[in-house]
Design a binder for this molecule. Structure first.
Ligand SMILES: C[S@@+](CC[C@H](N)C(=O)[O-])C[C@H]1O[C@@H](n2cnc3c(N)ncnc32)[C@H](O)[C@@H]1O
Length: 354
């Protein structure tokens, strides 16, 4: 029997030239080198921290900053991020008019629907250049394209065809009664998990929400190119506007660490409101501080301070399980899960609405 390869249309934006693509390829390899066995920074610094017996975050920072290895690692980490955004923005600027026209051409095309709110005003806490992305998530009409290509580099090619999103969606257990008629993807960005849910539950009504119009426009274009009939709507995840008990599955992938603590509480409350009894709220995000190695704790501090993640430390310090439980969910374990895509950096909470 011959294995049939699934043909997936290319939804990644193209760069202005092959030179730009080659440069971004280099940055992807550079990142692989920094994070992987090449530079081996994590293992080497962890070993040094453990043998020095340093535990307190302040001491960990002082120790890493005093090591040439730590100084090198920090500089290279920041530099690869700056190289990526600089090259991407330059390449997209060169074809800005064409890319804007390309988005406009897809806005009204199907399948699927794009519902933007022209009166939407972003709340002040989202005014952050997350991961140093120029313009943050919403200030550039091409923010969605920048983000999508940026995550290609971030995932080092491992998500070019939505492989990670497909895997995470496949890990989400259906509610115990098996009923999945409506799915909500909270903070869907360019909609990779939204389309993965539609593939998994073709008969379900699947909706992705995000406050960023440029993200949603790219999400809609991608879904329409893939032939998936899903809806993308511009709204806040902490105030969605959906009726009570509307969804069988509510899903949130790596957004909680980008919310101030107050908004985390509001979002869990909103998820409890819109998820029906027996339905599932699945959250994938960073591991808690208590589960982190000394180097991972240092990395979290570095990311917060030097990589546009100002709220992430509070998220890692909070007890999401208790927040879920005090809002009407039962949580089936919070396993440290390498399969969640982060090799010890990510975990998940599968919370059933009671
Ligand atoms: C790191 S991305 C989330 C990743 C996304 N789930 C994915 O699979 O690519 C952060 C996204 O969350 C959105 N976002 C952040 N806070 C939000 C909020 N309060 N309401 C709606 N969207 C939000 C941002 O616009 C951005 O698209």
């Amino acid at each position: 029997m011959s294995a049939q390869r699934e043909v997936v249309p290319e939804t990644m934006p193209t760069l202005a030239s092959r030179t730009d693509a080659a440069y971004l390829d280099f940055v992807e390899g550079f990142r692989e080198y920094l994070l992987g066995a090449g530079a081996n920074f994590e293992a080497r610094l962890n070993a040094a921290l453990e043998s020095a017996g340093v535990q307190d975050l302040e001491d960990i920072r002082r120790y890493v900053h005093a090591q040439p290895l730590g100084q090198l690692r920090d500089r290279l980490s920041r530099t690869q991020q700056e190289m990526k955004w600089h090259a991407l923005r330059r390449s997209f600027d060169l074809q800005r008019k064409e890319l804007a026209a390309e988005l406009a051409a897809w806005d009204a095309r199907g399948p699927g629907r794009l519902v933007l709110d022209p009166a939407f005003v972003p709340p002040p806490y989202v005014n952050v250049h997350f991961h140093l992305q120029p313009g943050g998530y919403y200030k550039d009409e091409l923010s969605g394209f920048l983000y999508h290509y940026g995550t290609k580099v971030f995932f080092r090619g491992g998500n070019d065809r939505d492989e990670l999103h497909g895997k995470l969606v496949s890990l989400v257990p259906p509610p115990s009664d098996g009923r999945v008629a409506r799915v909500l993807d909270m903070a869907c960005s360019v909609g990779q998990s939204t389309t993965a849910f539609k593939k998994r539950y073709p008969a379900a009504e699947v909706t992705g929400i995000d406050y960023s119009a440029p993200m949603l426009r790219v999400a809609h274009r991608r879904a329409a190119m893939l032939g998936e009939d899903v809806t993308f709507a511009q709204t806040l995840i902490e105030r969605t506007g959906f009726p009570d008990a509307h969804f069988d599955i509510t899903f949130a992938f790596i957004v909680f660490h980008e919310l101030p603590l107050r908004i985390i509480h509001e979002t869990v409350r909103e998820a409890a409101r819109v998820t029906r009894k027996g339905g599932l709220f699945a959250v994938f995000d960073f591991t808690s501080t208590a589960d982190k190695s000394p180097f991972q704790r240092y990395h979290r501090w570095f990311d917060a301070r030097h990589n546009g993640e100002p709220y992430s430390q509070d998220f890692c310090d909070c007890d999401l399980r208790s927040i879920l439980e005090s809002n009407g969910f039962t949580v089936a374990g919070t396993p440290l899960d390498e399969r969640s895509g982060g090799a010890g950096y990510m975990t998940h909470w599968f919370a059933t609405r009671v």
